[in-house]
Write a protein that binds this ligand. Structure first.
Ligand code: GTP
Ligand code: SPV
Ligand code: MN
Length: 625
């Protein structure tokens, strides 16, 4: 043990420790850092403590360099423009690495390209990484970030250590996770998730740096090693590619840990609804990226007598407790939310969360030092000068987009005015319903309810949505995004479905499962449903069902659907309820067949038979109508 320590100190000894006390770090951390130093060759090590002073120092540097612009309209808030080639997650370069391919991805039909995750063999990945990481931090500082996903000390929380050569990443990690020296104490000699991130732009730089945002788009790679609990990310500084606590750890690595330990790591918001009946319910909801989780989690109810409180807006870790009740925590500490569309009408609580201490990435800027994006037209001084996310002059009505469609705000969750007092409860909150949804322009009604847990798993497996700007896809194609987890699966999706099915056990109180669709269009391409705050009306119906109201639902081939008139439409004006709730047989026959084909092609023999059986039954039921 002593020798290991000596060797590590010698290896690290070559580079100065610019900040922090290397010698008192846990032994396993020292060994990890020695490996990172040897591999990446930084000019120094900076051990972060997460303090405000530390952030101030980094911000000062980034303002001088031009990476950040101060938004003078709000205290301690900044705009960051990335390289225009580094604006979203890169799914095609995101890999799960396991010796056995089928631990990572399902058996897809021969000749079909798998879409439920990308696998690479350890040997091939070694070649890719050897071509990128050696010396990748030359001339740069290596920041060491100790972070906790979940409340410090919660039995549901997990610890990670990220090294990165991006100080933007450090600033965002400080908001999105709990960065603290207490993590070192909590960690002791336990294992942790090892996160290595580099912009892939060693000095002297080879590539022209745009917007003071060094990156390496041609060489982006994001590699996950579930067995070693390790993540290596290269070439991109963008959110889901670089804030490794978020999608890489809290979903891809954590989904594997969750399977092994019997819990769930899901792409879900958690919210609390207090009804006029004074009942309080926590629900979790999974929608694909940019399909409305943040908006639902902070909804401003359009009906009187309801109160909404937020626990989390993107990721939920959930585990059945000793009484068989599913409890969930939000492993994150901040919001990395879609900016466009957010305004005081659609999501006032999000707006109030980022009035200070926030970072805005790829949004536009007003001449009076404020942020701007599509949707804020009525909330800025009329006629004010605007600079787009690319730095070009722009004004309302001149065409083109001011903000990138995937521009985001990064804000501390603690600043959201409606955080639930228990949002950091180490035990988590009891979950009474799970909701799936997506952008479904045709065929799919506003809400329906699964008939059983297994039926709910089938409904989750058939989640589809229009592609959004959160990843590299173009155009409005409808894509399968089962459980809203397609881009975030850490293991074979068929095994994941089986894991969900296996969670149903005697003595457990299984949450009811629902499907919602806020995005159905009429024949003119207009939304049939006002959405946002009015979604409370659907939640109201859902909660009445959770409370056991059997008078408001009727059976249909997709599950329970609202009895006519059972959703409160008061004050909404003209809603075409018949169209909003219709279940066109021809559509659902096609859709059932298409979903079966998807599962046969993409999940193959790994798909639990019950899922196919339930889809067969659905198809047969529509065939009879
Ligand atoms: P990620 O952070 O990518 O996981 O996204 P998200 O699921 O949190 O989506 P978010 O709430 O940020 O919403 C994305 C976009 O959908 C925004 O532009 C919203 O304005 C829009 N949106 C959200 N809810 C609704 C709704 O109820 N109706 C309509 N029409 N649009 C909505
Ligand atoms: C998503 O794409 O689902 C996000 C943003 O929440 S990112 O962190 O980039 O994954
Ligand atoms: Mn998300």
């Amino acid at each position: 043990v002593y020798e290991v320590h000596e060797i590590v100190v010698q290896k690290v000894g070559k580079v100065p420790v610019a900040k922090g006390d290397f010698s008192h770090l846990p032994k396993k951390v020292k060994i990890f850092l020695a490996h990172c130093v040897q591999l990446c060759g930084p000019r120094g090590i900076y051990i972060c403590d997460g303090s405000q002073e530390e952030a101030d120092e980094i911000i000062h540097k980034l303002l001088e360099r031009g990476t950040l612009t101060r938004l003078t309209k709000y205290p301690n808030s900044y705009l960051c423009r990335t390289d225009p080639d580094d604006v979203a997650r890169v799914e095609s370069k995101t890999f799960i690495v396991t010796p056995n391919k089928y631990d990572s991805v399902p058996h897809v039909r021969e000749g079909v390209k798998g879409t439920m995750g990308c696998w690479m063999s350890p040997e091939d990945m070694k070649k890719e990484l050897d071509d990128r990481f050696p010396g990748c931090m030359a001339g740069r500082m290596m920041y060491v970030i100790p972070f906790c996903m979940g409340p410090l000390g919660s039995p549901l929380s997990k610890i990670g250590v990220q090294v990165t050569d991006s100080n933007y990443v450090l600033l965002c990690m400080r908001i999105m996770t709990r960065v603290s020296p207490k993590v070192w104490e909590l960690l002791g000699d336990q294992d942790f998730v090892k996160c290595i991130h580099s912009m892939g732009c060693p000095r002297p730089v080879q590539r022209r740096v745009k917007n003071h945002w060094p990156c390496n788009p041609e060489k982006v790679i994001i590699a996950h090693f579930p067995e070693e609990r390790k993540i290596k990310s290269f070439g991109s500084g963008y959110g889901g590619n670089s804030l490794l606590g978020k999608k890489c750890f809290a979903l891809r690595i954590a989904s594997v840990i969750a399977r092994d330990e019997g819990w769930m790591a899901e792409h879900m918001l958690i919210m609390c609804i207090t009804t006029p009946r004074k009942t309080e319910h926590f629900v979790a909801a999974a929608f694909p990226s940019a399909c409305g989780k943040t908006n639902l989690a902070m909804l401003n109810p359009g009906l009187p007598g309801f109160k909404i409180q937020c626990i989390g807006d993107d990721i939920a870790w959930m585990k059945f407790d000793e009484n068989g009740v599913l409890h969930g925590i939000n492993p994150e500490a901040g919001f990395f939310g879609v900016a466009p569309g957010t305004n005081m009408k659609t999501n006032p609580n999000a707006m109030l969360s980022f009035q200070s201490n926030s970072i805005f990435t790829n949004v536009a800027e007003t001449a009076d030092g404020g942020y701007f994006w599509e949707g804020l037209e009525d909330e800025v001084t009329p006629g004010i000068g605007i600079k787009t996310w690319l730095g070009q002059p722009w004004h309302v009505g001149c065409g083109g987009k001011a903000a990138h469609p995937n521009s985001r705000f990064t804000a501390p969750a603690s600043q959201c005015p409606i955080m639930h007092p228990r949002w950091e409860d180490p035990k988590g909150v009891p979950i009474s319903a799970i909701i799936f949804g997506g952008r479904r322009p045709t065929g799919v009604p506003l809400v329906f309810e699964a008939k059983s847990w297994a039926h709910g798993v089938m409904i989750g497996a058939c989640v589809k949505s229009e592609a959004t700007a959160a990843a590299e896809f173009q155009g409005k194609t409808i894509m399968h995004d089962p459980m809203a987890m397609r881009p975030f699966m850490g293991y074979n999706f068929g095994h994941y479905l089986q894991h969900w099915l296996d969670l149903e056990q005697p003595g457990r109180k299984m949450p009811k499962i629902f499907h919602v669709n806020w995005f159905r269009l009429d024949e003119h391409g207009k939304f049939l449903w006002p959405g946002f705050g009015e979604n409370i009306r659907v939640l109201d119906w859902i909660l009445k069902r959770v409370e056991g109201d059997n008078t408001i639902a009727v059976s249909s081939p997709v599950g329970w659907i609202p009895k006519k008139g059972s959703i409160d439409m008061s004050g909404l004006g003209n809603i075409n309820e018949d169209e909003l709730f219709s279940l066109p047989s021809h559509y659902w026959l096609d859709d059932s067949r298409e979903s079966k084909r998807f599962l046969e092609d993409q999940v193959g023999s790994d798909c639990p038979p019950i899922i196919m059986k339930l889809l067969d039954e659905q198809e047969a039921a529509f065939g009879k109508l």
